[in-house]
Design a protein around this ligand. Structure first.
Ligand SMILES: Nc1ncnc2c1ncn2[C@@H]1O[C@H](COP(=O)(O)OP(=O)(O)OP(=O)(O)O)[C@@H](O)[C@H]1O
Ligand SMILES: [Mg+2]
Length: 145
């Protein structure tokens, strides 16, 4: 639910690999308003890194496409969305399985979504063929007094 307390950010970047670290640090800096622990901050950086890397290498094939990163701070949690307009995911259930990768030749380990699931409290993946993918992730963070 939205409230007056919410704060948000929206970032648009081309899917160049140099921008992955920028996106990761930008979301972490925004999230620091909730006074997260170092472990929570590290989890946030890791999941942004995994989802943005996925958009860059899987979403867009032989092109550099647009990636939108949204984050919203709520009373007790942080909502992050990573959006691309690339090829989409055919079978989301299969993509979420540990060790599944469509790019074994690139030495991917197929653990990105598994790591995201482990570090976040809620994960929703929405995708449509040739339209793109949205990964929505929620991390609970207790507000400190
Ligand atoms: N944004 C995306 N657009 C299209 N396909 C995607 C996207 N994100 C993930 N996928 C598909 O889901 C699969 C699983 O993703 P996951 O991040 O778990 O593993 P990986 O990227 O292949 O390997 P790793 O993350 O360990 O390097 C990918 O191999 C790819 O087929
Ligand atoms: Mg991955």
């Amino acid at each position: 639910m939205r409230s007056k307390m919410d704060n948000y950010m929206k970032l648009e970047i081309p899917g160049r690999s140099q921008n992955e670290s920028f996106a990761r640090v930008a979301v972490a800096a925004f999230a620091s308003q909730l006074d997260p622990t170092l472990e929570e901050l590290s989890d946030i950086k890791t999941v942004v890194s995994e989802a943005v890397t996925n958009a860059i290498i899987h979403g867009y094939v032989n092109e550099i496409g647009k990636i939108i990163i949204k984050a919203r701070l709520r009373e007790n949690n942080l909502v992050i969305e990573i959006i691309d307009f690339g090829i989409g995911i055919e079978d989301i259930e299969k993509a979420r399985e540990p060790l599944y990768t469509s790019k074994p030749e690139l030495e991917r380990s197929g653990m990105g979504f598994t790591i995201i699931d482990k570090f976040m409290d809620q994960v929703e993946i929405a995708s449509e063929s040739s339209k793109g993918t949205t990964v929505k992730m929620v991390k609970n963070i207790e507000k400190k007094k």
